[in-house]
Design a protein around this ligand. Sequence first.
Ligand code: NAD
Length: 503
Amino acid sequence: MTVLDDNLKKLDGFLARFRDTGIRNRIGGQDVTGSAGVFQSTSPVDKSVICDVAHGTAEDIDAAANAAHEAFAAWRDLPALQRKKILIRIADGIEARAEEIALCECWDTGQAYKFMSKAALRGAENFRYFADQVESARDGQHLKSPTLMNITTRTPIGPVGVITPWNTPFMLSTWKIAPALAAGCTVVHKPAEASPLTARLLVEIAEEAGLPPGVLNTVNGFGEGAGKALCEHPKIKAIAFVGESRTGSLITKQGADTLKRNHLELGGKNPVIVFDDADLDRALDAAIFMIYSINGERCTSSSRLLVQDTIRAEFEAKLVERVNNITVGHPLDPATEIGPLVTEEHFNKVTSYFDIAREDGARVAAGGVTVGDEGYFVRPTLFTGANNRMRIAQEEIFGPVLTSIPFSTEEEALQIANDIPYGLTGYVWTNDLTRALRFTDKLEAGMIWVNSENVRHLPAPFGGVKASGIGRDGGDWSFEFYMEQKNIAFATGRHRITRLGAL
Ligand code: NAD
């Protein structure tokens, strides 16, 4: 039996229960059917139906928000050590079911097992990291004035909504939910309609780990129904959102009447800038990894290659050779590097850029074709001969598609890099330290890596500028979002109080 056969057999076992009962919403520790019935989740591997999923609407969101509201005070007031222990047990539970999470995630999203096996473990790491912060999250400062001792403290903001996309749904959900729980907030989670499986596993694992009912609630449904209702609900105090930039502005509008606090992690069209003095072999490896791993469906992907004209021809030739060598295949086969794209709609979007590139006058140097017709497979694609005004250079394609744009000087590279609505990440390859300092100082991005691919460090801030988002995650930045800052001022003596109306 091959590893693929073995994985398929295991997956079949994991999915059997979903085929029987479907995925229900989880509200207040109870399984609840969707008020609008069900919708079906399909696999991008072969377009087959995975299971029915509860179709939640405003009614279900109201029930979940009320459950989160009722559970809030007890969770907030639970001694920190006890909350910490529960979060650690959730991390243990994720690790114990990492294989189930990874296989379900691959089947639901089309992501390759090669990357998703680590995504489940990254989810556990998120819980462990924020568990370690639980005891200090509420700590503050003392700020002495001539007459007062100001003492600051932080309190959890209340029940929060978490709305997540489909690209690496499990990891991204834990990235939001772990700090919210560590802060003492309760959560209503609305997973992406295209990838509901692992959100269900997460709430099960959390409850089995001792998370009280109602502290984490999961409502499935669509953005314009359940998602919108979550943003509008008066008992939900903040929305942590990950998704497209245009959805981010809808989230802001929808939350206006209830003065919602929003954290928006949005799209990107991130440049990898390769100067001719760089370690070109490492730059090549990193550029390939950052656009073709995770199906190119990653917000931080390096989807624009800015390559100095002195090395362009040689660099692109090596790139073509490597891209043509990438293995597209079944996501459960550990040898697969690129699996199918998540949905038919997304497949149509990504493949439409093959013609757009040609119409704009760029060259399809690799890929640009679909693979078979069983699922939503495409060959990894490279566009060359592009300029920064083309749609393939300006729009987030969100697939395994790289656009190569030449530059001649550092000034031109900077101008091209910044001439874009987005500003999530940037990757700079040069061995000139002074140039790296000068360039990164001017590059418009929330996160920049110099001579490196994207390697996350959980205490470091994560987030974008411009249309790529508002707010930061990671370390204490997460708590700034999920908590309110309170200042309490104590008089240190009998300072003079201005006496109005006194004789
Ligand atoms: P999307 O914006 O279409 O959907 C994301 C989530 O929002 C889904 O759960 C969806 O149901 C919900 N939603 C849609 N409309 C809504 C509305 N009106 N109100 C409330 N919720 C609504 O994004 P997607 O296609 O699922 O994901 C891909 C996008 O996510 C890409 O743009 C990618 O760059 C971005 N992303 C960003 C980051 C980051 O950290 N910056 C990480 C991963 C993905």
